[in-house]
Design a protein around this ligand. Structure first.
Ligand code: SF4
Ligand code: MG
Length: 335
């Protein structure tokens, strides 16, 4: 399948009073045309920062892209001047956020905001823009859009506001939609409806989606492929099937064990003990070493390189890598 976006060895750092935080530490993945790729991990793992980098939204300073490339249409977006970003953002790559209330302007009607968004990107008359806005609201399932266009954001429910955000994000027919925790603020029923809407829109428009979430339930519903992030790195990538039924990284396994299962009432939730490493001074070896029950001596010293388990399944863990034995320090016993 065609690669619509290639992220190669992306590194993002932030300067703070306490020193430099290495938020993203060499992330590599492809986004295929028409797929939904979920980037999963705990808060602070670098998943949101990765998505901000793809949107050209790393605030600089204090942030900076310290290395790597983001290739879109034969161009490296990490070196795109802000002037050119304006043509990419919204038109080619669009983003929706967790809380629609902060992204919508409370003082303008929903109709005015959508129409403004269209006119900013396209040279069309207001009446045409209005017709387009109505079509879009129809597409995202807002009933009687003509009259609802005249209402303000606070007059909509959380789920409806998220639909409006999706409409606004899709208005210029972007090729990539980045959704950062798009359903976290919603209750479970509405969440399911919004996820259904994503699938429906993808079927109709062919848009490629990067879904950023900590919620494996959401991932199970919509993702084609999954990238698991930990401490600024992608530790395992695979199809939804591979990650859910054949997880190989101890962290992925831990995440799956900490998810409630509807089919097994007795199933115990086992949270992963310990906490992620300090990204002010990230470890040189596997960042999961301190929390990993299978950790070996080599793990704390050397970062495991990628092991390919299948066409789409890759993992960074010494357990999967024959070379671990060669790198192991022999145990010397002194008699
Ligand atoms: Fe655990 Fe070692 Fe694998 Fe890291 S590389 S996940 S510490 S076994
Ligand atoms: Mg986040």
């Amino acid at each position: 399948m065609e690669k619509i976006l290639q992220v190669k060895d992306l590194q993002v750092a932030f300067k703070t009073f306490g020193g430099e935080v290495q938020a993203v530490r060499g992330v590599t993945f492809d986004l295929l045309k028409g797929e939904t790729l979920a980037i999963v991990g705990e808060s602070g793992c670098g998943k949101s920062v990765t998505s901000q980098a793809i949107m050209g939204l790393i605030p600089s300073p204090p942030g900076k892209i310290a290395g790597g490339e983001i290739i879109f249409k034969n161009r490296d977006l990490t070196s795109l001047p802000e002037k050119e970003w304006r043509n990419v953002r919204g038109a080619d790559i669009s983003m929706i956020f967790q809380d629609p209330m902060t992204a919508l302007n409370p003082t303008l009607t929903v109709g005015e905001q959508i129409i403004e968004g269209i006119i900013q990107h396209e040279k069309i008359a207001r009446t045409q823009a209005k017709a387009k806005a109505i079509d879009m609201l129809n597409l995202v399932g807002i009933p009687v859009p003509e009259s609802r266009m005249k209402q303000y954001p606070h007059q909509f429910s959380g789920g409806m506001r998220q639909r409006i955000m999706i409409a606004m994000a899709l208005i210029c027919q972007p090729e990539i939609l980045i959704a950062d925790e798009p359903t976290t603020a919603l209750d479970v029923t509405i969440q399911a409806q919004i996820l259904e809407l994503f699938r429906d829109i993808q079927n109709r428009t062919g848009v490629s989606i990067v879904l950023i979430t900590h919620d494996l339930g959401v991932v199970a519903q919509v993702a084609d492929r999954i990238a698991v992030m930990y401490a600024g790195k992608i530790v395992e990538t695979g199809t939804r099937r591979e990650i859910f039924y054949n997880p190989q990284h101890p962290y992925t396994r831990g995440l799956l064990q900490s998810v409630p299962r509807l089919d097994r009432e007795d199933a115990e939730l086992i949270p992963i003990a310990g906490s992620p490493p300090d990204l002010f001074a990230p470890p040189t070896g596997c960042p999961f070493t301190a929390r990993c029950e299978s950790a070996m001596e080599v793990c704390s010293r050397v970062y495991p390189i990628e092991t390919k388990l299948s066409e789409q399944h890759q993992v960074h863990c010494w357990l999967q890598d024959q070379r671990a034995r060669k790198l192991a320090v022999p145990v010397i016993t002194i008699s």
